[in-house]
Design a protein around this ligand. Structure first.
Ligand code: ADP
Ligand code: MG
Length: 441
């Protein structure tokens, strides 16, 4: 059972074309064959009429006729004479006959002149059928040439007709997972419109659902923020100088729990904001200045753990985007690098321009990410194989959303090489014109 519509169409049309060719060819052949036989008969008759009036009376091949057709005149005289065969011929009536002459089947025309002498015009049957066959075969040539041409044209037309369908499938296949943009109906054949309508309806519903879900997360995070803040404040107020040390430790645990929860809420909100906010108009943002600010913020923490945090390369680069979002990107990546680098390690940042893209590169000397985790590392709440104590695994998913929305790319690689280990994260964003970067620096 052929499941491809294209395959079925092509097979069906091939059968039709080949059958038509075969039937048409057979009829053309038969018709041309009998036509050729008749034509040879009529040329025998013409030669007969000509010989009737000609003065030369001599047996032999007829000149002026194609030598291959082997037409000959046999003089039989006024009364039967000569060989038994010639006598036998003499007895035939005037007109066309099938008979034998010189041991071979022949087509033969007998005529009697006014003076009573008779002659025969002969042609070997074998030659006649050969000539008729040749002529009939020639009528098949155009059909034989036409069939493959028709098949090619059919395949081409089918291919072209199905192209819009394949294009639509391609459009759906190559989409990002969260892309629920509607399919374009322009240029699509009329037969596809109902499907397009249904698919677009479905996409519309999925989009609404996604929207609803994002709003729910944003609302929930927002609603939780107020009570958590209040709880944090109350926990702060519990602190008193005459508290026993055991109590103090428990209070500290409570507070750090509160901090983590607040952090998580902030990140959830940030994620929801990235999902729900309409794309920002975007302004030229100095990436290098943002990176310097982030590094300055992280320096105390890095210093306390003897981590060498700094730039290997920094040049003025401007990208289009929301300054806060871009700061979130650099901050999350740099924070991770510092967090996962063991004490005494180093974290190197690079901000530069390369092939018309703005590049942020962050390298650390931490454990890197297990290769099997790299593809999933940007999924929300995914924390890899060695999850650190705090952190909910939302940081990188926020980074990824922001980068995706800015049509940028992010890549994680484990550095393996002489004396170097750790993670290298490379973010590439479209750079604002070189001149703009210069003017504002
Ligand atoms: N620089 C890094 N070195 C090693 N692992 C990292 C690095 N950055 C991120 N990871 C891994 O990716 C996971 C997800 O990171 P992230 O989304 O920032 O979540 P969080 O920092 O909240 O745990 C981390 O839990 C960690 O396992
Ligand atoms: Mg993080």
């Amino acid at each position: 059972m052929l499941t491809s519509l294209r395959g079925r169409l092509f097979l069906g049309l091939t059968v039709i074309i080949v059958l038509t060719g075969a039937i048409g060819g057979t009829f053309a052949y038969l018709w041309a064959y009998s036509e050729a036989i008749e034509m040879q008969d009529s040329s025998l008759v013409q030669i007969g009429s000509f010989a009737l009036t000609a003065s030369i009376r001599q047996s032999g091949p007829v000149n002026g006729v194609d030598a291959d057709s082997e037409v000959a005149i046999v003089e039989l005289g006024a009364a039967p004479h000569g060989s038994a065969e010639e006598r036998q011929l003499w007895r035939l009536t005037d007109g066309l006959h099938n008979d034998r002459y010189q041991g071979q089947p022949v087509r033969i025309l007998l005529r009697t002149r006014p003076d009573g002498s008779r002659f025969a015009v002969t042609q070997r049957t074998e030659i006649r059928t050969e000539i008729a066959g040749d002529m009939a075969v020639r009528t098949l040539l155009p059909i034989a040439a036409l069939v493959p041409c028709l098949l090619l044209v059919t395949a081409w037309v089918i291919e072209r007709s199905f192209r819009p369908m394949l294009r639509l499938a391609d459009d759906l296949d190559t989409r990002k997972p969260d892309d629920v943009g509607l399919l374009a109906a322009t240029g699509a054949p009329r037969e596809l419109r109902p499907f397009l309508g249904s698919i677009n309806g479905l996409l519309e519903r999925v989009r609404a659902m996604m929207e609803q879900q994002r709003h729910f997360i944003a609302d929930a995070a927002h609603e939780l923020r107020t009570p958590i803040t209040a709880l944090s404040l109350q926990a702060e107020n519990l602190e008193s100088p005459d508290m026993p040390p055991a109590m103090h430790d428990r209070l500290e645990a409570l507070r750090s729990g509160m901090r983590r929860t607040r952090n998580l809420l902030e990140q959830l909100l940030a994620l929801a904001r990235q999902d729900t906010a309409p794309p920002a108009a975007g302004e030229a943002v100095q990436l290098d200045i943002i990176a310097k600010g982030v590094v300055a913020d992280l320096l105390p923490e890095a210093a306390s753990r003897e981590i060498d945090l700094g730039f290997t390369m920094v040049e003025p680069v401007a990208v289009n985007g929301d300054p806060l979002a871009l700061m979130t990107v650099v901050r999350n990546l740099a924070e991770n690098a510092v967090k996962f680098t063991p004490d005494g390690g180093s974290v190197d940042l690079g901000v530069y321009r390369e092939d018309g893209m703005a590049v942020i590169r962050i390298e650390d000397t931490g454990p890197g990410i297990a290769p099997e985790d790299i593809d999933r590392i940007c999924e929300p709440f995914f924390r890899g194989r060695q999850p650190s104590g705090d952190g909910a695994g939302l940081g990188l998913s926020i980074v990824k959303r922001i980068v995706d929305r800015g049509s940028g790319s992010i890549r994680f690689e484990n550095m393996t090489g002489a004396g170097r280990s750790g993670l290298r994260v490379t973010v590439k964003l479209a750079v604002v014109g070189y001149e703009a970067a210069r003017a504002t620096s």
